[in-house]
Design a protein around this ligand. Structure first.
Ligand SMILES: Cc1ncc(COP(=O)(O)O)c(C=O)c1O
Length: 371
């Protein structure tokens, strides 16, 4: 299989660990191992006594028990644990879709959602998001995109990079189309639990539809990307079997220590999420002040969830140059929209980290000195 470079990852590979201030992270503030272990009585001793053996390919049962609590009608048997959400996407596409199939993918999108399809010679159509209408999905067009060979619709909500949240009405329309045409709904829900208004949180696709597959992970609002623990939740055993079997060719099983820590993290998810939502909401307020102050240079549609937003620059159509210059002059890392195969006039900002104010201050200095 030949696959194009993952532009976002190649860009970050150049800068992420050398530029002093990361101001575009897709994940929220992380936790120390020690802090996680302290959440659970006796966990530290157990952790140090663990043997580094292979683990159950589907995922440790205690971990799957915990993951199941995040859904309504999902049992531990309906879950397959992966090394991050990225492996879940890769394995789903490689095991369920094949050459000649057609998929509909929300756009702009996290690149692997469409690039892994293209690498497998799967035909891709895009369901556009409309920036001028607060990034809403062009839902009226979805039916026109369906073909005889459409096998899956891939949706990401809450969305990277805009922070858009699919509405309940849009979700119903998507589900009706999937049901009517017997299409799989692959729902990338890695930012679930970061909705600013919890009433807008959607029921997971796996809980709503027999061919619904939900993708979850501990990387984003949970702030634990280093665990590399993600999962697919699905009730359909005909889909589950090939997905599970394909994993034998990627990672076979997960890291035992990560599974152990992930189990604790989900048991105490309320605490972890509430700490991170406090940081996110505080930073969001600061960011709104900044954007108001410099509204002649920047504009955005305020996200409805998550710790990232997609900001449009008004002063140029060369966002890559702007991003490179901010790195050079201030040591602050933004993410240009070109890595999303979008235009050249947006950048992603991340506001989930504790050092956000410092990084934003430097960006403000840049703006004052250079724009
Ligand atoms: C929408 C979306 N899906 C999947 C992933 C992959 O998550 P992970 O890095 O935890 O594998 C990301 C990471 O940025 C993402 O933004």
């Amino acid at each position: 299989m030949k696959i194009k470079n993952f532009k976002l990852e190649r860009f970050y590979a150049k800068y992420e660990f050398t530029v002093p201030f990361m101001l575009s992270s897709s994940d929220a503030e992380s936790f120390e191992i020690k802090k996680l272990l302290e959440l659970e009585k006796g966990a530290t001793e157990k952790f140090f006594e663990m043997k580094l053996s292979y683990t159950e390919s589907q995922g440790n049962i205690e971990l799957r028990n915990q993951i199941a609590t995040l859904y309504r009608f999902i049992s531990p048997d309906n879950i397959i644990v992966f090394s991050g959400a990225e492996e879940g996407i890769f394995v789903f596409i490689n095991s369920i879709l094949e050459e000649g199939d057609h998929v509909i993918v929300q756009y702009p999108a996290y690149q692997s959602l469409y690039e892994v399809c293209k690498a497998n010679k799967i035909e891709v159509s895009y369901l556009q998001m409309i920036e001028a209408e607060n990034w809403r999905l062009d839902i009226n067009n979805i039916e026109n995109l369906v073909q005889n060979n459409t096998k899956a619709i891939l949706i990401n909500s809450p969305h990277n990079p805009t922070g858009y949240l699919v509405t309940k009405e849009e979700q119903v329309t998507i589900l009706e189309i999937c049901q009517k045409n017997d299409i799989i709904l692959f729902s990338d829900e890695v930012y679930r639990f970061s909705e600013y208004n919890e009433e807008l949180r959607l029921v997971s696709a796996c809980d709503l539809y027999r061919k619904g597959i939900s993708l979850g992970v501990l990387s984003k609002p949970f702030g634990l990307p280093g665990l590399r623990i993600g999962w697919l939740a699905l009730k359909n055993s005909a889909l589950k079997k090939p997905i599970q079997a394909f994993k034998d060719y990627t990672t076979i099983c997960n890291s035992g220590p990560s599974e152990f820590l992930a189990t604790i993290a989900i048991k105490h998810s309320k605490r972890l999420l509430s700490r991170n939502m406090d940081i996110i909401l505080k930073n969001l307020q600061e960011l709104e002040v900044f954007l108001k102050k410099f509204s002649n240079h920047f504009e955005w549609v305020k996200p409805l969830a998550g710790n990232i937003g997609f900001i449009k620059i008004k002063f140029s159509n060369e966002v890559e140059n702007f991003v490179e210059d901010v790195i050079k002059r201030k040591g602050v890392l933004l993410l240009p929209s070109t890595v999303f195969d979008y235009d050249n006039s947006h950048f992603r900002i991340g506001f989930g980290k504790e050092n956000f104010s410092e990084a934003l201050y430097l960006l403000e200095q840049y703006v004052k000195e250079n724009l």
